[in-house]
Design a protein around this ligand. Structure first.
Ligand SMILES: [Zn+2]
Length: 276
């Protein structure tokens, strides 16, 4: 598993790509940088294979990774099948303590489990976007939780706080997937709107297959069964099924704006990758 850390010129946050499979390489990471030494490349993560004490070269001579890194991992049998991709938005409360308000922690774990399965030769990528609380931040999310205790659902609570029902955007996810050499993916999601959002306005990326995420509790395999989570899931399902005009307008506005900035000035830069 590799952890790629991205900076960008849209916000001041560091977004992550958690990559399963050594054949998936980052172009901005592998690209040589002016004046850098082999040690510089090793330290910032621009190497193939594994690190070990005494290693001096960033590229393993004659290694399988050499061929894979040249074309971004699009050659070879395993890479013929698009990788599984999950777009995950940061949720401090759900991931750290499995808050009973949502199923984010469970979904993050489940996505990683599916991508790690031995028969998933195509690998996987979790794009971890730092847009806490559907993009409104942790403090505002906690206020929304209090409004939910007072009787609102997740959408109503955001609107009462004068935030959009969903302030997330996915332009950076599209840019990160392109940097990772992926033009075709299998997307793990229950939300059809996410398919369109990740593909980009000009279908820079094509979702070849949508793979459903089934909550563990619905499969009788544990997970949370609390009134809060059931209500949260019910709201999510209702949102997915109903064509809510105002939400669609809101989503497309939020989505197109940052993506056009990304397209006009592509300066995503990769800081480093860590193997663990
Ligand atoms: Zn959550």
């Amino acid at each position: 598993m590799f952890l790629h850390l991205y900076t960008n010129n849209i916000d001041n946050k560091e977004h992550l790509a958690i990559v399963f499979g050594g054949h998936i390489r980052s172009r901005s990471l592998d690209a040589p940088r002016e004046g850098e030494t082999e040690m510089d490349r090793l330290v910032r993560g621009a190497y193939t294979g594994r690190l070990y004490p005494g290693r001096t070269k960033s590229r393993e001579e004659g290694g399988q990774e050499d061929d894979q890194s040249k074309d971004g991992g699009t050659s070879g049998g395993a890479a013929q099948v698009p990788p599984l991709v999950r777009i995950h938005s940061e949720c401090y409360t759900g991931e750290t303590v499995w808050s009973a308000r949502c199923d984010c922690g469970e979904q993050l774990d489940e996505a990683a489990r599916l991508m790690s399965l031995p028969d998933n030769k195509a690998g996987g990528i979790i794009i971890y976007l730092r847009q806490e609380g559907r993009g409104i931040g942790l403090g505002e999310k906690l206020k929304a939780y209090n409004l939910q205790d007072l009787g609102s659902d997740t959408v109503e609570a955001n609107l009462l706080l004068r935030h959009p029902a969903d302030a997330r955007s996915y332009g950076l996810a599209t840019a990160m997937l392109l940097d990772l050499g992926q033009r075709e993916i299998r997307l793990l999601t229950n939300n059809p709107d996410k398919v369109r959002a990740v593909e980009g306005p000009n279908r820079e990326i094509v979702v070849k297959e949508r793979v459903a995420m089934v909550p563990l509790s619905w499969r009788g395999q544990g997970g949370f069964r609390t009134p809060e989570v059931e209500g949260y899931l019910k709201t999510k399902v209702c949102l997915s099924l109903s064509l809510c005009l105002s939400l669609s307008v809101c989503l497309s506005f939020l989505f197109h704006l940052p993506l056009s900035i990304v397209s006009a000035s592509p300066c995503l830069s990769l800081l480093f990758a860590v193997l663990y």
